[in-house]
Design a protein around this ligand. Structure first.
Ligand code: PMP
Length: 408
């Protein structure tokens, strides 16, 4: 009886955009959703993507289905991009050469997380997946719906607005052997606070000692240091551990939503690093068997854009440049906001350590609600602000509102 169906609460992040749209205040600011806006507050299409689409418009001659896990060209482009890094990662290159990386095109990052979660539920012994506290809210929903059991590991010290590193290590240490552990590759969402290289080394030691299965989510490759090749230290370290036989396998979910601005095209991938080429054959076949009854095969426009950009050196370089500009603007406006914030009542130093699309302000739920009610500034109640909603035209208004709310 459908009269019994309870109304579900609105999505925490997308619900904010809905409330923002209804607000008639001309100074309103949307800091909810993590999608890029330019200095005029408008969404953009990367110029390199526009060019690729122009080429496609002329050359495309069919709209056939791609394969269940995408086509071989897309898979190998992604594999080379992430694991070989323009020949900078010898370990990743070795794994590719030995056919030990299975790559599938997926429906952006969320789709890849869902597919790997379903796969692990089917073929991995432990159903426990440790996720950082806090993490992107959808992680918990995706893993739970796929039959896994998410539990939190310590990550962030709310009191001090910093990484809770000692407790992070302790909670990974106390995780049951063989569990799955979710790692954010860079630009941790929502805190923007990443581990240093040395910290990763220590944590990976615990992970290998406890035989945990690393599941890496890389939604913001390029947003930490402005260059996708500099943001994958964690992947390189994992590849090295696999080649050294200290780690058997791991999986990586990746998306071009942010770093090519292809949000709505839903283009991403999953890669599973296996123990042997024989294992790869079996795992690939099972991925196909799993995906076929869900959505049959992924959409083609996004993958063709990615393939076009990677197949043309000029376009490829202009993409790197577009990405650099996007990240450059975010860093600039983050710095401007930091400069304008009143440090006499509140320590804002954490802002200078955070990276990516968000700042994790540490403001309380009440303060966030006050910003919304009194200033039409919309953000999630955990105090995460999407920095892409900030620009030179509204940074003064925002800084002033925050300063007032903290004083009161
Ligand atoms: N992981 C994280 C941490 C994210 O922040 C996001 C996007 N907000 C995703 C995955 C997935 O994004 P998409 O499905 O749009 O690629």
């Amino acid at each position: 009886n459908w009269n019994q169906i309870p109304t579900a609460p609105p999505d925490k992040i997308l619900g904010i955009s809905e409330a923002y749209v209804k607000d008639s205040n001309s100074q309103k600011i949307n800091l909810g959703v993590g999608a890029y806006r330019d200095n005029n507050g408008k969404p953009i299409i990367f110029p390199s993507v526009k060019k690729a689409e122009g080429i496609l418009l002329e050359k495309e001659s069919e709209k056939e289905y791609t394969g269940i896990i995408g086509n071989k060209n897309y898979q190998s482009i992604v594999r080379d991009f992430i694991f070989n890094n323009s020949n900078k990662d010898a370990n990743g290159a070795k794994l590719i050469k030995e056919d030990r990386i299975v790559t599938a095109q997926t429906i952006s990052g969320t789709g890849s997380l869902r597919v790997i979660a379903e796969f692990l539920n089917r073929f991995y012994d432990s159903k426990t997946i440790k996720v950082p506290k806090p993490t992107w809210a959808n992680h918990v929903a995706v893993f739970t719906d796929a039959g896994l059991q998410p539990e939190f590991y310590n990550y962030y010290d709310v009191e001090n607005n910093s990484l809770d590193y000692e407790n992070l290590k302790k909670s990974i240490e106390s995780t049951p052997n063989g569990s799955i552990v979710l790692l954010h590759a860079c630009c941790h969402n929502p805190t923007g606070m990443d581990l240093s290289n040395e910290e990763w080394d220590e944590v990976l030691q615990i992970i290998t000692k406890k035989n945990l299965f690393p599941l890496v989510d890389m939604a913001y490759q390029g947003f930490a240091l402005g260059n996708p090749y500099k943001d994958i230290e964690l992947i390189r370290k994992l590849n090295q551990l696999v080649v050294n036989d200290e780690l058997k396998s791991y999986a990586l979910c990746q998306s071009f939503a942010k770093n090519m601005g292809l949000y709505g095209e839903r283009i991403g991938s999953i890669s599973i690093v296996t123990e042997s080429s024989e294992q790869s054959v079996a795992i690939e076949s099972q991925l196909k068997k799993l995906i076929r009854p869900i959505y049959s095969n992924p959409p083609i426009h996004g993958s063709k854009i990615v393939e076009t950009i990677f197949s043309n050196e000029n376009l490829y370089n202009s993409w790197l440049n577009d990405l650099d500009q996007v990240v450059g603007r975010l860093n600039k406006v983050r710095d401007q906001l930091y400069q304008k914030l009143d440090k006499s009542n509140y320590n804002w130093d954490h802002l200078t350590k955070q990276r990516g699309m968000f700042i994790y302000t540490g403001l309380s739920k009440d303060q966030v609600i006050k910003l919304r009610n009194d200033y039409s500034i919309y953000a999630t109640e955990d105090g995460r602000f999407s920095i892409s909603g900030v620009n030179e035209n509204n940074v003064d208004y925002l800084a002033n509102a925050i300063n007032e709310v903290i004083k009161s």
